[in-house]
Design a protein around this ligand. Structure first.
Ligand code: SAH
Length: 249
């Protein structure tokens, strides 16, 4: 799915921005970078700023026009700092853009397009897009560095991707962190209470201390495994106390 998401940089002036973009992409699981008429590429500065993402640079596709870069895409989102500068459907928030892009990318290629450092995208390039997105920022100083704009949008895409059940990122509790049943937790509470009384830690029948400690263990959201460790600990302490049987399970 992420391999269907293409990042396109149009006529980038500073090769360092290309390298920093590659790095921003790779950290978010994106690898498909297309450059439309870059001023200088390949370039040592790009390689330097890519750090561990030189593989993204090695697989870059360089093309002559934005139309060539997007011809197979079903959705093309132009990133622009100027709010509603394009006559296109507009995503006011990057997260709503990401939802739409990730959904479309399940079926076909989609692209996020970024403009020149100085002048952004031309009208003709805008016509090659289907949507616009802007990153809400300081109204008095809202233009981000090119690669930082890529980072933010790539992060949103990745965040949205992670939430999908098929992403492999959705957290699945390993069986040993399964919570105990209420019955198991009840046995633990009885055991704890018994040891607190038998050890002489609690001397009065309805002490608040006992309630407070029970509440502490409730808040801890113990797993079955942790509960059984605590039961083991209580039994070990109990072995040094005058004999009384522990509650049964
Ligand atoms: N003077 C240009 C700024 C270009 S910044 C202009 O007015 O368009 C380089 C690119 O970074 C932009 O073309 C855009 O793709 C992206 N970018 C920078 N800030 C952004 C923002 N706040 N929201 C969306 N994209 C942004």
């Amino acid at each position: 799915m992420l391999s269907n998401i293409r990042i396109i940089l149009v006529q980038t002036f500073h090769p360092g921005n290309i390298g920093a973009t590659a790095r921003a992409m790779k950290t978010m699981g994106l690898e498909n970078l297309v450059l439309v008429n870059p001023r200088s590429f390949p370039d040592d500065e790009a390689t330097r700023l890519a750090a561990g993402a030189t593989d993204v640079l090695e697989n870059v596709r360089v093309v002559d026009s934005l139309n060539d870069a997007v011809s197979d895409c079903v959705q093309v989102v132009g990133a622009s700092a100027r709010l509603r500068s394009m006559p296109l459907p507009h995503f006011d928030e990057p997260d709503t853009m990401a939802e739409s892009v990730v959904e479309n990318a399940t079926a076909a290629p989609v692209a996020l397009v970024f403009g020149r450092e100085r002048s952004g995208l031309t009208n003709e390039e805008i016509r090659a897009c289907t949507h616009q997105v802007s990153i809400p920022a300081n109204p008095e100083y809202g233009i981000l560095n090119l690669s930082q704009a890529v980072q933010i949008l790539a992060y949103e895409v990745h965040r949205c991707f992670r939430k999908r059940p098929d992403s492999g990122f959705v957290y699945q509790a390993p069986s040993e962190s399964t919570p105990p049943s209420r019955e198991q937790f009840g046995y633990f509470q009885q055991h704890l209470s018994q040891v607190m009384h038998k050890s002489g830690f609690i001397t009065q029948p309805h002490a608040r201390t006992e309630e407070q400690l029970q509440a502490l263990f409730s808040r801890a959201e113990l797993s079955r495994r942790e509960l059984s460790l605590l039961r083991g600990f209580l039994s070990a302490v109990e072995a040094h106390l005058p004999y009384e049987p522990t509650p049964k399970e």
